[in-house]
Design a protein around this ligand. Structure first.
Ligand code: LFR
Length: 489
């Protein structure tokens, strides 16, 4: 049987990995080649940046190992978290380490931006949710400095691809997270680019490269990058776009949760929803593979618990992730719930204090022990998933009868069960490495090893994934208790 091999680099905001995928008999098996930490680095002046050169070296190292393990490696592809970018000079050198989207430089920027480019106009054009960290607001915050020296602006995966191939291109699923695309046309928005130039001195139309759709073969790795040239595929280079490809769905009537640092909760649609109601609910229309739209909401995700765990570690309270989830399972249900999407939870720092404050503002009290805190976060996440799925269906007119959870969070059995309980829908959890799998699937098709549309890719995803099923009504938490909990904030 013919076998093909590909390597996927998947970089999240808290860790990165390079996975080798072997495709044989319609099934992909994954083998981890490299795993590394990631996280914003605080400079002396307090600003948050990414250590880009280290990330690029780690990706290269992972690809080198994959090529050593599979000398016939057919291609490589990269996906990363959204919105962030770097600026290159005429020699292709980075002008500065890329800013991290959690930096405070965009505080208050959306409000100022909307004073002369109204929010409803931006939504009608780009379909993008308002998150203060969207690239458009980062660019508005960046000031006019450095643009004369800037030859090209590339988003993080495009920047990594450029380092491998010397080809500058902007992959469209990622570009759609920036709020600078005409989302219906899948092209740069002339209106938004012109505004960035005239109002903020950011020469966006000069520095942004041509857009490419996922599945485009950018070219071989440049001489000396790997032991031999290997084709580089622009995959669904926004991590969520790759994750959605991997959803092992058998019908179109599904909602998904891509669960990691963030939880991205939504639907796959054929066209964007650009209504004022959708704007008011702050749903985003990000672009997906094969002309699809990822109609979704950012829910703050396991980030909040990750930050609490970090604080406990710093205070020498050693609790593993599994222990935390066990403690949460034993804690009382819905004792304290908060609006997990409160913007105050976005930045690193004293999460426990902020959760306590959110509880207090809504007349509740949060017990400070790890089990109660973890339970508060997981219950609050499940409530947020319920809201997001219900609103997405109502706003788009697309009905669902199952929720798919992909990504690392699909291994959190308590959260999966709570999601089934809160939504009243069956949950299918897995694959845990969905993003890497989706990345590999798009590569496999780009080099001709799989033929067909998203349904063909998903057949391979189904054959390749171990899933676990959860049905509602297993825990003693009746529906009215979720309604009551939701009414507290
Ligand atoms: C998830 C993700 C989200 C994006 C956030 C910030 O990893 O890519 O989709 O909104 O990170 O970039």
């Amino acid at each position: 049987m013919t076998h093909h091999a590909f390597a996927a680099a998947d970089l999240g905001a808290s860790s990165g990995r390079v996975m080798l995928g072997r495709l044989e008999d319609g099934q992909i098996t994954l083998e981890e080649m490299h795993r590394f930490e990631n996280g914003p680095v605080r400079s002396r002046d307090g600003a948050l940046h990414w250590a880009f050169d280290e990330l690029a070296a780690a990706v290269r190292e992972g690809f080198a190992r994959a090529l050593a393990a599979e000398p016939e490696l057919a291609s490589v592809g990269i996906d990363t978290w959204g919105v962030d970018y770097g600026r290159l000079d005429a020699e292709g050198r980075l002008l500065e380490q890329p800013w991290c989207y959690r930096d405070g430089r965009t505080d208050g920027v959306p409000e100022r931006f909307f004073a002369d480019f109204p929010a409803d106009r931006l939504y009608a054009e780009t379909g993008a949710q308002v998150q203060q960290f969207n690239t458009v607001f980062q660019l508005a915050a960046s000031g006019a400095e450095g643009w004369d020296e800037t030859e090209t602006l590339l988003f993080i995966p495009d920047l990594l691809n450029y380092g491998l191939t010397s080809v500058a291109a902007s992959e469209v699923t990622f570009a759609s997270t920036a709020a600078v695309l005409d989302v219906a046309a899948r092209q740069w928005s002339e209106a938004v680019l012109a505004h960035l130039e005239s109002r903020y001195g950011v020469p966006a139309s000069r520095v942004l490269p041509a857009l490419v759709e996922p599945g485009t073969v950018l070219g071989p790795t440049a001489d000396g990058v790997l032991a031999r040239p290997v084709p580089v595929v622009a995959v669904g280079s926004h991590d969520t776009a790759s994750a959605v490809v991997s959803v092992p769905a058998t019908t179109e009537r599904f909602a998904y949760i891509s669960s990691g640092t963030w939880s991205l909760v939504g639907l796959e649609l054929a066209a964007p929803v650009l209504t004022p109601e959708s704007a008011a609910a702050n749903f985003t229309n990000e672009l997906g593979v094969d002309g699809t739209v990822r109609y979704l909401k950012n829910v703050m995700g396991l980030w909040v618990l990750q930050e609490c765990a970090r604080t406990w570690r710093e205070a020498d309270i050693e609790i593993s992730w599994a222990e935390l989830v066990d403690l949460a399972a034993d804690a009382p249900a819905l004792a304290c719930v908060v609006d997990i999407d409160d913007p105050r939870l976005l930045k690193p720092g004293n999460m426990l204090g902020r959760l306590t404050q959110l509880a207090r503002e809504t007349g509740q009290s949060l017990r400070p022990d790890p089990g109660a805190v973890a339970r508060c976060i997981l219950d609050s996440l499940a409530l947020a998933y319920r809201d997001a799925i219900r609103s997405a269906c109502a706003l788009s007119g697309h009905a669902v009868d199952v929720v798919h959870i992909v990504g690392g969070g699909s291994q959190n059995q308590l959260l999966c069960q709570l999601t089934a309980e809160a939504t009243g829908l069956p949950v299918v959890a897995g694959p845990a490495e969905g993003t890497a799998l989706g990345n590999l699937l798009v590569q496999a098709r780009a080099v001709g090893a799989i033929e067909g549309g998203l349904d063909a890719l998903r057949r391979v995803a189904i054959a390749s994934s171990d899933v676990r099923r959860y049905r509602p009504g297993v825990l003693p938490i009746p529906a009215h208790r979720w309604d009551e909990a939701r009414s507290r904030f």
